[in-house]
Design a binder for this molecule. Structure first.
Ligand code: GLP
Length: 242
């Protein structure tokens, strides 16, 4: 693990943007793994700026998102597809046919849909750089504590803590999905580079467990200790318990 502690969230975003830009520039057909949540929003903003300043082209980029809610229409305001469109896809020159999110429709077998996503990642040549955030309970993607370290893309039930943490993003009477399709921990570990961003004091305990704790399914992010090229970008607050 390469741990980089920076002054603040803005520096974390700009350092992450440099890594992403580097991969896009170096690879002929770059494949990015993307994350949702509030942490990577400032990274996407910087990537859009770089694109607008003609410093970065997404023409040959393919993307795979970590996760998507169960049985949600792509057009739904709460879908992760909508999040990605609003924060990145609609503002850069990416071919949206090459932007993938795991689908999880209730009228289809989730296992088949999970395997199909794994196949799509493989056919694209695998993920070059996977962006990650971290949940306050140490989850990555929607791999909640107790997720198998060998897990692949599959359906997961979200924990009470995750539902509570994410409830701020839903209006009072809006339906909040309780299940999601997520890349597994082994899927994430297959990426050539993994870049985890964490900022703020509320992530400090999870960051500590991820870096200094044992590798355990109780803290899914601790699996990154086994990755050869894991970069952990954190601000001082997220590093405050190290
Ligand atoms: C969600 C996402 C994760 C994300 C986490 C933290 O549960 N599935 O990919 O890392 O939230 O989100 P935030 O960055 O908003 O703290």
């Amino acid at each position: 693990m390469q741990i980089i502690i920076l002054e603040n969230a803005q520096q974390v975003a700009s350092n992450a943007a440099q890594w992403v830009a580097e991969v896009i520039k170096q690879k002929t057909n770059p494949v990015l793994g993307l994350a949702t949540g509030s942490t990577p929003i400032s990274l996407y903003k910087l990537l859009v700026e770089k694109h607008q300043q003609a410093q970065l082209s997404f023409e040959n980029v393919t993307t795979f998102n970590l996760d998507e809610y169960h049985n949600i229409e792509a057009e739904n305001a709460q879908s992760y597809r909508t999040f990605m469109k609003e924060n990145l896809f609609d503002h850069v020159n990416i071919d949206q046919e090459k932007t993938y999110l795991p689908t999880c429709r209730s009228d289809q077998n989730p296992r088949v849909q999970g395997l199909a996503y794994e196949e799509q990642i493989k056919n694209a040549g695998g993920v070059d750089l996977q962006i990650l955030g971290i949940g306050a309970n140490g989850h990555i993607g929607f791999n909640e504590p107790t997720s198998s370290l060998a897990s692949r893309t599959r359906i997961k039930t979200l924990t009470k803590q995750t539902l509570q943490d994410n409830s701020r993003l839903f209006k009072k009477d809006e339906y909040q999905p309780t299940m999601a399709m997520t890349m597994g921990i082994a899927t994430i570990l297959d990426a050539r580079y993994v870049l985890l961003m964490a900022t703020g004091k509320n992530k400090a305990a999870a960051v500590k467990q991820m870096i200094t704790g044992p590798v355990t399914a109780m803290c899914p992010a601790s699996a990154l200790q086994m990755h050869e090229n894991a970069i952990i970008l954190i601000d001082k607050d997220a590093a405050s318990e190290l």
